[in-house]
Ligand binder design. Structure first.
Ligand code: ATP
Length: 294
């Protein structure tokens, strides 16, 4: 059995991940497996740490954090081409772990790592940026972008509420042209989500039909609608039943996706915001990375 490296993001989940360190040490000492724990010191460091570790021969590299940390560790593993991704959910949202049924309880998540059952999952790319969970354009990415700005002035949950209502009030629908494998969409949209995983935003089941190893993106398009209707609609997304409202929501599956917009817009990739000027291209690598799962 190979060595395990735990990469801990001490700020993920508001410090939750760091609190798991004593438990990880205790469980690993009992297991007699060889391991090491490293804390990240800055954003993106997990990429180089994971890449170095996989070249050094660590069999499993565990992201202890949220979806951002998982994305970085997976990028590092993919850049060197060897190694298995492990996950101990320690972030705020933990949405990829939810899709993969990885236990939220850290003790159980460590047991899962030690059992070592592996599964290959798909890897998505949006304009060359890797993602394992969801990429999206529209209302949600603008909420994330605006909340980032607000968070620099106001702390806590109030910042998120302010970000949500402020954006919803100002938001203008986006005109986009989308080319899927066998259909073209030309539409004013509220939201366009490309799912490898099912959930984002801390449990919103935006792409309920997504299967993380099927080689397809599952797309959810929320079409232009009155804002009051969207507010009523919002709770349905947590259950994934918004897709039943065919008048407002369309779903598709596709291996490749090209999105054109007439204006500069934001792309949300596993919770991180990028600017898109004109075009976003989404491609998928079927079963491109090994992950330790239940
Ligand atoms: N030592 C560090 N100091 C500051 N930021 C860090 C550090 N290490 C990693 N980061 C950054 O922290 C960000 C947030 O991490 P992550 O997404 O894992 O947690 P989260 O936002 O609490 O969880 P989730 O995405 O599941 O809601 C990432 O963008 C990552 O680059």
């Amino acid at each position: 059995m190979g060595d395990i490296l735990f990469i801990v993001n001490p700020i993920a989940g508001g410090g939750k991940s760091e609190e798991f360190v004593p438990l990880i040490k205790e469980s690993m000492e009992q297991s007699k497996r060889k391991y090491k724990i490293i804390m990240t010191r800055e954003p993106k460091e997990a990429i180089s740490l994971a890449s170095y570790a996989s070249m050094k021969g660590y069999e499993t590299i565990v992201a202890v954090g949220g979806d951002g940390t998982i994305n970085e560790v997976a990028s590092g593993i993919l850049s060197s081409g060897i190694g298995t991704l492990g996950i101990i959910p320690g972030g705020t949202g933990n949405d990829l772990a939810r899709t993969l049924n990885i236990p939220n309880d850290p003790k159980k998540a460590i047991e899962t790592i030690l059992k070592g059952n592996k599964k290959k999952i798909d890897v998505g790319f949006a304009n060359d940026n890797m993602f394992l969970n969801i990429a999206s354009i529209g209302l949600d990415s603008e909420i994330v972008k605006n909340t980032e700005k607000i968070k620099s002035k106001i702390r806590g949950r109030f910042a998120y509420m302010l970000g949500l209502f402020n954006t919803l009030f100002k938001y203008r629908n986006k005109k986009i042209q989308v080319q899927l494998d066998n259909i073209i969409i030309d539409e004013e949209i509220m939201l366009f989500a490309v799912g490898n995983g099912k959930y984002y935003g801390g449990g919103m089941k935006i792409c309920p039909m997504a299967i993380i190893e099927d080689g397809y993106f599952h797309v959810c398009v929320v079409k232009k609608a009155p804002k009051i209707k969207l507010l009523l609609f919002f709770p349905l997304i947590f259950k994934g039943i918004h897709t039943k409202f065919k008048k407002n929501v369309d779903v598709y599956k596709s291996r490749e996706i090209k999105v054109k917009t007439n204006e500069k817009t934001y792309l949300n990739i596993d919770g991180e915001i990028f600017e898109v000027d004109g075009e976003a291209i989404f491609t998928i690598v079927n079963r491109g990375i090994d992950v330790v799962c239940e």
